[in-house]
Write a protein that binds this ligand. Structure first.
Ligand code: NAD
Length: 364
């Protein structure tokens, strides 16, 4: 079966999806919709069909799918228009601006008998897949703490991403990735959320955030994003009862350091700063060589996990054909949005938000 996709919004992400979709045998790009004449001209020059407007794309029986790659505030009306016209819709992240909008579009998809799929592409990132595997196979013993973060120093890009009315700000930009992956990784309901948003750069939207989560299974997590940080910290730092693993950067540098024997030899105190410490005495390890020198630990390289983002498109196509479940459930996307809304509420009230009566674990 040949599926025909209309791309709505051909900016940065729209172009990326156009490139990827062209590689698929079972997919044809039916056309594009954009409100920018320059984008329309570029698409026409590239030989693509350009719909005069969204209504024309809705009316085209040759388009099965809408792939919505516009700024965030128009995901909802475009998705609703597409579903009402009988199209399946994929939206870029964030799916919508809030949980209410997501639930409205979920209901519209249900009523139309069409798919509503969100491009949570970072579920295919290797750093996440490796950490999830380490969590699940208990390489570090029972995981107790996870820190997941992205650090940048270039501020918020100066377009719609700085506008609170257009879904700007880092919570809807990176929060929807980092919290989403954490919720997929820890198989447990969230108990509490404490969030602090950062306005250090003076923009009308948050330029970063720190969110602290506790889970019913005892795991705690810190999720953070900065745009004013010139010395990025490890993207993942995960500790368990037997060891710690880090992913330091986008290139998958990092390590696993874990205890070898159950019985710990007594530590030798060291001189540190202007004092003495035994508790904080470092273990003697040559991290550059990924080697233990002494002291009851082993240092291992991170495993590598191959993943292919094309699987996202393959799954969306198969889900639309009714031969498989969609890989990214909209219920899981709504759950993530509820946690992010709790983090914003926590910031506004400077209090811990209790989700224990509301949240439950959902697979993918
Ligand atoms: N998944 C990811 O990794 C990732 C990365 C970047 C951006 N995104 C998401 O992709 C979406 C687009 O981001 P971008 O960086 O490509 O933005 P962009 O500004 O580069 O492109 C947006 C395009 O949409 C067009 N547009 C605006 N309103 C429209 C409307 N009503 N109808 C049709 N076209 C319209 C604009 O003219 C522009 O061409 C956002 O939701 C963003 O959050 C996702």
């Amino acid at each position: 079966m040949l599926l025909k996709v209309a791309i709505v919004g051909t900016g940065h992400m729209g172009k990326i999806h156009l490139g990827k979709l062209h590689a698929f045998k079972g997919v044809r790009v039916a056309g594009i919709v954009d409100i920018d004449p320059l984008a329309e001209r570029e698409a026409a020059e590239a030989g693509l069909h350009v719909y005069p407007d969204l209504a024309a794309a809705c009316a085209d029986p040759a388009a099965d799918f809408f792939f919505i790659c516009t700024p965030n505030e128009v995901h909802r009306p475009i998705a609703l228009a597409g579903l009402a016209a009988g199209k399946h819709v994929i939206t870029e992240k964030p799916a919508m601006l809030n949980t209410g909008e997501i639930e409205e579009v979920m209901a519209a998809a249900e009523a139309a008998g069409r798919k509503f799929i969100v491009h949570q592409n970072r579920r295919w990132d290797e750093d996440y897949l490796v950490m999830k595997a380490l969590y699940e196979d208990k390489t570090l013993g029972d995981v107790t703490f996870i820190e997941t973060r992205v650090d940048g120093s270039r501020g918020i890009p100066g377009d719609w991403r700085r506008d609170p009315n257009r879904g700007g700000g880092m919570v809807l930009d990176w929060g929807v990735h980092l919290v989403d992956r954490l919720l997929c990784m820890v198989p447990s309901p969230v108990l509490t959320v404490y969030g602090r948003l950062s306005y250090a750069l003076g923009a009308p939207v948050e330029d970063g955030f720190t969110i602290y989560l506790t889970f019913a299974n005892g795991v705690e997590a810190l999720v953070a994003c900065t745009t004013d940080n010139y010395a990025p910290r490890a993207k993942f730092h995960m500790t368990g009862t037997r060891g710690t693993a880090t992913v330091d950067d986008w290139e998958m540098h990092g390590k696993i350091v874990r205890r070898v024997a159950d019985v710990e030899p007594d530590a030798i105190p060291i001189v540190a700063g202007k004092g003495m410490t035994k508790t904080m005495a470092p273990r003697i390890v040559d991290y550059a060589q990924l080697a233990k020198v002494q002291d009851n630990v082993e240092v291992l390289p991170l495993p590598r996990i191959d993943s292919d983002i094309h699987d996202f498109y393959r799954n969306a196509i198969a889900a639309a054909e009714g031969v498989t479940e969609q890989a990214v459930s909209t219920a899981s996307v709504a759950r993530c949005m509820r946690v992010l809304e709790a983090a914003r509420r926590s910031h506004e009230t400077n209090s811990v938000v209790d989700l224990s009566a509301i949240d439950s674990y959902l697979e993918a």
